[in-house]
Design a protein. Structure first.
Length: 332
């Protein structure tokens, strides 16, 4: 990818409403994201009715409600998927969705999804990984809660199932909402790159926008970040998401960092060349010199402007003979 691929993670922040989902797509487009991502699942296939919520979910939803009941309301059916894909095509933004079960993998494949995003929670799900690997599509693999050995195992499963290694991007992530700064460990993203020689990225769950921006400066080729229409809305992920203005600010900052990273060659830039004569210095007389006199530390010095003889030639000039008269403060 010639630029950082930015995924605006709508997730389940549509609250089960097609209209809210479309508004989220609108926000992602205005902000300049490359893709908007939802989540595809069947509650019956994903979670036991006995399963507890995560602590952050208990704080942002009805505490008496089970995880099953919470996510059951957030399912997107086939018809809704088709409408959202059509709307994304109309808006010229890529539609992505994370599948959480085998039926959802098949559904997204049947809809022609080109990139499959594997969430952190499925990195130890062998049958799931094998099913996605067999599709031979591009894969984005999140690694929250995983150690380096589990990442290696998942990568091996995907490759052995048929996916080319060069089609896999691994995202460093932390699965706590929001992630405390002391747990971000951005350097682990570079560890992943060195260990597996793959493209890397970062899926961010911190408050604010500075960490994903830093990740881009450290080599992330993909950034994923949750966003919402309103952080105060009811639902598990709104509170830990960016609002529309924050999403736009993050993307603008990332695009600026992309430009600022440059090509890595160290030489004067086009904009600064004009300042070289002004900011640099030259060898200049500090008193009048007559023809035949030797240049020495008592009669020459170094001052601006820099449009004369470079001070790097100081040793070359000291002790030589003036071939003409010089006034004080004149370029040698």
């Amino acid at each position: 990818m010639s630029k950082v691929f930015i995924i605006a993670e709508a997730g389940v922040n549509h609250n089960g409403s097609l209209e809210l989902a479309k508004k989220l797509i609108d926000v992602a487009c205005v902000a300049g994201a490359d893709a908007v991502k939802f989540q595809t699942f069947k509650a019956d296939r994903l979670v036991s009715k006995r399963a507890q919520k995560a602590e952050y979910q208990k704080q942002t939803t009805d505490g008496a409600e089970s995880q099953y009941d919470m996510i059951k309301k957030l399912e997107l059916d086939l018809d809704t998927h088709k409408k959202l894909i059509a709307y994304c095509n109309q808006k010229n933004i890529m539609f992505l969705s994370t599948p959480f079960d085998h039926d959802s993998i098949d559904l997204l494949d049947s809809l022609g999804i080109e990139i499959f995003k594997i969430p952190s929670g499925e990195i130890t799900n062998l049958p799931y990984l094998r099913a996605i690997g067999k599709l031979q599509k591009k894969i984005i693999l999140s690694t929250g809660m995983a150690d380096i050995g589990e990442i290696e195992d998942a990568l091996d499963v995907l490759i052995n199932a048929g996916t080319k290694k060069e089609h896999i991007t691994i995202l460093h992530a932390n699965t706590e909402y929001p992630t405390p700064m002391e747990d971000v460990n951005l350097l682990a993203m570079q560890t992943i790159a060195q260990a597996f020689k793959v493209d890397i990225g970062y899926s961010d769950h911190t408050n604010g926008i500075e960490v994903p921006i830093a990740a881009v400066a450290m080599g992330a080729s993909i950034i994923e970040k949750h966003f919402t229409l309103d952080k105060t809305m009811e639902g598990p992920d709104h509170k830990a998401s960016l609002d529309p203005d924050e999403l736009e600010s993050m993307i603008k900052a990332i695009r600026n960092i992309e430009i600022a990273l440059g090509n890595g060659l160290k030489k004067p830039s086009k904009s600064e060349i004009k300042n070289m004569p002004i900011a640099r210095k030259s060898i200049i007389t500090c008193k009048a010199i007559v023809k035949g006199e030797r240049f020495c530390e008592e009669n020459i010095t170094i001052k601006r402007p820099g449009d004369g003889l470079s001070p790097m030639r100081w040793d070359e000039i000291i002790g030589t003979i003036a071939t003409r008269d010089y006034a004080e403060d004149e370029l040698v």
